[in-house]
Design a protein around this ligand. Structure first.
Ligand code: GLU
Length: 447
């Protein structure tokens, strides 16, 4: 059977076995589509059913989370942890708290995480978890009681050598700290390496907070370098205004770029003179407010409720909000407006139609599983520090992150070239990530 037919058959099997899980189907399709040349070179992966095995999570946990709000009312949410693949190391990946969370969303994220983590070169497997709990508008007490109830169930599945969760959308160091406190209380163990993204007082790592956003910009820099371009003086737009977006904007600014817009799920702000990052940090990190408040302090800026940020002309666009936030039409608009690079801080933010537009236009397109790997890579550095009961300086940790991002870039670039798709970072990332995991799985035997 020709390889493409085999891949189509494998994909249809994923769809059949996981009905209705659209996000998971999309993520699986995106990876499988790239693998043709790798399967021709390594037929043993087909014989040993490596793809069937990779598409089946090793373990999926779904649980009930009862908790009380400030009024004393009972609430019930659903919790998930999908432990997808542990060929390279303990399961590793974030927890997402957002009302859109379903099993399909967690499975797509967990699947992406396998290859992303492999690309970092660190010894970490792939997992993801979370809940349909909505942190928006909740008090700190409510967040804490939810986190404590979540951990009462989760603790039995995790551990520094088993599964190491971290943050994602709706989960930052405040939530990780509450989760860690409860884990410590239940187990009576100060097991620092069981969670990453902790604050610095309790075993967190320097640069972890900044790492995903900084990493995206390092990856962008490497891509532009290949094209003999750089970010200095370029107009940039960054969707989102959470942790990834904020620190991507910070690094862009440090490198002399001009960021003119960012957003949240209500709308976007446009500030032609360059966004005031300190104000954005104040609104989002300290007040936990909405981006519309920006206009109160900068009257000359614009706030567009429900607007489409991708309509703003720019040279560089960094989607740093959430999945499927940039479609085929948006991609066409960006290319038409002269955009030369799109690098993803979020997981799967571009739809398949959008990806096609970028690849056909030949602009520099950096897929999330490579470009946003700096967050989880720095989590692995936090695990190293915890295991050796050490803590490193900001400078040293940032240098490590920079080296890792350069390594990921170069690996994606050279793999794409080796498999006949020069400049195609989607193929490069998927094949390089897959090969690392697949080779390890073969060596481990039928487990
Ligand atoms: N949630 C982040 C990601 O998508 C970080 C995961 C981690 O640090 O384990 O990669």
């Amino acid at each position: 059977m020709a390889v493409q037919e085999k891949i189509e058959e494998l994909y249809q099997e994923v769809v059949r076995k996981n009905p209705g899980e659209n996000e998971f189907h999309q993520a699986a399709m995106e990876v499988l589509q790239s693998l043709g040349p790798a399967l021709v070179k390594y037929p043993e992966f087909v014989d040993k059913k490596i793809i069937e095995r990779i598409c089946e999570p090793e373990r999926q946990i779904i649980f009930r989370i009862p908790w009380r709000n400030d009024k004393g009312e009972v609430n019930i949410n659903r919790g998930f942890r999908v432990e997808f693949n542990s060929a390279l190391g303990p399961y590793k990946g974030g927890l997402r708290f957002h009302p859109s969370v379903t099993l399909s969303v967690i499975k797509f994220l967990g699947f992406e995480q396998i290859f992303k983590n492999a690309l970092t070169g660190m010894p970490i497997g792939g997992a993801k978890g979370g809940s349909d709990f909505d942190p928006k508008g909740k008090s700190e007490d409510e967040i804490m009681s939810f986190c404590q109830s979540f951990m009462i169930e989760l603790y039995r599945y995790i551990g520094e050598y088993t599964d190491v969760p971290a943050g994602d959308i709706g989960v930052g160091s405040r939530e990780i700290n509450f989760l860690f406190g409860q884990y410590k209380r239940i187990t009576n163990r100060y097991e620092s390496g069981v969670l990453t993204g902790k604050s610095l007082n309790i075993g967190g790592s320097m640069v972890r907070k900044e790492s995903t956003g900084y990493g995206v910009v390092y990856f962008l820099k490497e891509m532009l370098n290949v094209l003999k371009e750089n970010v200095e003086g370029k107009t940039c737009i960054v969707s989102g205004s959470g942790n990834v977006a904020i620190y991507a904007m910070e690094k862009l600014e440090q490198l002399g770029a001009r960021v003119v817009a960012c957003s949240d799920s209500d709308g976007y702000i446009y500030d032609e003179t360059g966004v005031d990052l300190n104000l954005i940090k104040q609104i989002k990190e300290i007040e936990r407010g909405r981006i519309r408040e920006y206009k109160k302090y900068h009257k000359e800026s614009k706030y567009i409720e429900k607007g489409n940020i991708w309509e703003i002309p720019c040279k560089i666009a960094l989607p740093c909000a959430t999945e499927n936030e940039l479609n085929g039409k948006d991609a066409t608009k960006l290319v038409k407006n002269g955009c030369i690079a799109v690098v993803e801080g979020a997981n799967m933010p571009t739809t398949p139609e959008g990806v096609k537009v970028f690849l056909e236009a030949g602009i520099a397109y950096g897929p999330g599983k490579a470009a946003n790997a700096g967050g989880v890579a720095t989590s692995a550095l936090e695990m190293q520090q915890n295991a050796s009961r050490d803590s490193w300086s900001f400078k040293f940790t940032e240098r490590r992150l920079q080296e890792i991002m350069k390594g990921i870039h170069d690996l994606c670039y050279s793999t794409a070239e080796e498999f006949g798709a020069q400049g195609n970072y989607v193929k490069g990332a998927n094949i390089a990530g897959f090969l690392k995991v697949a080779k390890a799985m073969l060596e481990l035997g039928l487990v």
